[in-house]
Design a protein around this ligand. Structure first.
Ligand SMILES: Nc1ncnc2c1ncn2[C@@H]1O[C@H](COP(=O)(O)OP(=O)(O)OP(=O)(O)O)[C@@H](O)[C@H]1O
Ligand SMILES: [Mg+2]
Length: 260
C-alpha cells in the first residue's frame, strides 16, 4: 500500500538556525502518526512543511507516492491535506454553522445575485456534525463561546466532511482538561476509522499512545526515535520523551541528594 504521505530526509533552516534535519516519516490511510517532542523540537516546523505553510530545503515530500512541493496551504488542501491549528482553526465571532462551511459556502441565485444559502449551510453543518456524533445545541452560537475541545471537534468534523485524506492536528489537546482531551481523541479515532491518515502533534505521550500507530520523537530538530506501536510501550515512550538516559542520571543524582 502506498502511504498517503511520506517525508524523506526533510530538512529546514530559518536563516542560520537549523530547525529540522533528516526527518522521515509516513502517514498511512486509517492510521495515526504521532509527532512528539519538547518545546523547540521542530514539531510545528514539520507540520508547516507538510501543510504547505513553509517549504523544506532538503529531502523529499511525497503525496500518494509522487513528489510534491506545495506553493501554499491552499495547494496542500487541494491535495486533501487539511490542517487544524491550535487557534486559527475557526473565526471566534462567527456562528458554528458559518465556520463549518467557511471557504466552501453553498450559494443560491446567479451571477451578481448570488447569495449565501443560509438554510443550506445550516443543514450541511448540522449533518456534518451529526455524522461524527458531535452534539452542539445551538448552531447559531459564536464559535468563540464553545469550549476548546468542542472547537477542535468542529474543526475535525469539517475536515472529514469536506473530504480530507490527511488530517494534521497541531497540539489539539494541549490546553484541555483530561475529559475534554478524551473527547477530542475520540474524534481522532473516528477520523482514522473513516480511513483518513491522521498526524497528531502532542507533548503528551499519554494522549499519543492510546490512539497512535507510529511515533516520531523529535529533539532539537532531529529524530530521536521512530517506533511502530508494537515496538514500544507507553512507559518507554514517556521515558524517551523525558530524555531517557538524562532522566536516569537525574534520578540517580536526586536519590544521592536525598540520602545525604
Ligand atoms: N519562523 C521562524 N524563524 C526562525 N526560527 C524559527 C522559526 N520557527 C521556528 N523556529 C525555530 O525552529 C526550532 C523549532 O521550532 P518549532 O516551532 O518547530 O518547535 P515545536 O516543536 O513546535 O515547539 P513547541 O512545542 O514550543 O511548539 C526552534 O529552535 C525555533 O526557535
Ligand atoms: Mg509548536
Amino acid at each position: 500500500m502506498t502511504p498517503l504521505m511520506q517525508a524523506e530526509g526533510i530538512g529546514k533552516s530559518y536563516g542560520g538556525v537549523v530547525a529540522l534535519s533528516e526527518v522521515s516519516t509516513v502517514v498511512n490511510a486509517g492510521e495515526v502518526t504521532c509527532v512528539l517532542g519538547d518545546n523547540g523540537a521542530g514539531k510545528s516546523t514539520l507540520i508547516k512543511i507538510l501543510s504547505g505553510v513553509h517549504r523544506h530545503d532538503r529531502g523529499v515530500l511525497r503525496v500518494g507516492g509522487a513528489e510534491v512541493e506545495f506553493a501554499s496551504p491552499r495547494a496542500a488542501l487541494d491535495r486533501g491535506i487539511a490542517t487544524v491549528y491550535q487557534d486559527l482553526a475557526v473565526v471566534p465571532l462567527m456562528s458554528v454553522w458559518r465556520n463549518f462551511v467557511l471557504g466552501s459556502e453553498p450559494t443560491i441565485g446567479y451571477g451578481p445575485f448570488r447569495l449565501l444559502d443560509r438554510r443550506g449551510a445550516r443543514e450541511i453543518a448540522r449533518k456534518g456534525l451529526l455524522d461524527m456524533g458531535i452534539e452542539i445545541r445551538d448552531l447559531e452560537q459564536p464559535v468563540g463561546t464553545l469550549s476548546g475541545g468542542q472547537r477542535q471537534c468542529v474543526a475535525i468534523a469539517r475536515a472529514v466532511h469536506y473530504g480530507a485524506k490527511v488530517l494534521i492536528l497541531d497540539e489539539p489537546t494541549a490546553a484541555l482538561g483530561v475529559k475534554q482531551a478524551g473527547v477530542v481523541l475520540r474524534y481522532v479515532v473516528q477520523a482514522r476509522d473513516r480511513g483518513l491518515g491522521v498526524v497528531l502533534i502532542t507533548h503528551n505521550p499519554h494522549h499519543a499512545y492510546p490512539v497512535g500507530d507510529r511515533f516520531l520523537l523529535l529533539k532539537r530538530g532531529t529524530v530521536l526515535g521512530a517506533y511502530e506501536k508494537s515496538e514500544i510501550d507507553v512507559a518507554e515512550l514517556t521515558k524517551q520523551m523525558a530524555g531517557g538516559a538524562e532522566l536516569d542520571a537525574l534520578q540517580h543524582e536526586l536519590a544521592r541528594v536525598i540520602e545525604s
